[in-house]
Design a protein around this ligand. Sequence first.
Ligand code: 13P
Ligand code: SF4
Length: 306
Amino acid sequence: ADEVKELQEAILRLKQEKEAIILAHYYQRPEIQDIADFVGDSLELSRQAAETPAKVLVFCGVHFMAETAAILSPDKVVLLPDINAGCPMADMATPEAVRAKREALGDCLVVCYVNTSAAVKAESDVACTSANAVEVVGKLPREKTILFIPDRNLGLYVKRFYPDREIVLWEGYCWVHEHVTPVHVWKAKEAHPEAKVLVHPECRPEVINLADAVASTSGMLRYARESEAREFIVVTEEGLLHQLRRACPDKQFYLASPCLECPDMKKITLAKVYESLVRLEPRVEVPRSIRERAYLTVERMLGLKG
Ligand code: 13P
Ligand code: SF4
């Protein structure tokens, strides 16, 4: 515990010295979340990255998130403390495959989940996150076919709101969320019959059907805070429990499955954060030709001017 504290203090000193800020996703290890200037869901993190005046961003998350920060803030140094922290779902869509599908469909709009590489964003029309996917699709012209990439489960969830729209899905998924089945939820409900069920839209439709609330990580946090309920079954990555328990110390949270852990998110450690601040490496950079097109895709989502 002392070692952790020492390392945390060393990071905070170094951070000031380098005029850096630390952004962390809710799926990060608790000791990382605790030293972050900002902890958030994917949408909030991209907003923060766009708005902060800091010159150096230490991104505690996965590669596509750091890339999104680099797309929005090309003049900043964006560090990803472990360059191999990726997202298997993001890798399920390549720019070539997206281009081919777009050509095959003809006149369509490509909506990309933020869990995509910058190169795939460059091939897309508008980005979305789990917090705003329904809203983003709702703003697009009704007559247009939509190609929704890469998360099939999130796409199916969005489709529930627009049964008359043509939404073509992609065969991508997050295996961390995908492994959860209704049996996990039923068992958890049996053990905790009073608990409300919080489900991330990356889960299978049959799991979403059992939810009291379907929400992004921040949405779950808000729901738990505002709810009268005392107990919650959480169907998302376990890192969120840290903030849930912190925000609601008198409420109980149970993970639907012990396997709800994303190994890529957990690649970021305090030691690697420290190292990255010392060396100002590894950096995530997006080549200009990709960045300019990817920027438009993210900008359309955020409603920024520019
Ligand atoms: P949100 O934080 O947007 O809910 O994203 C979940 C996720 O899987 C990020 O990798
Ligand atoms: Fe990707 Fe799933 Fe991990 Fe999020 S939790 S980074 S979607 S693999």
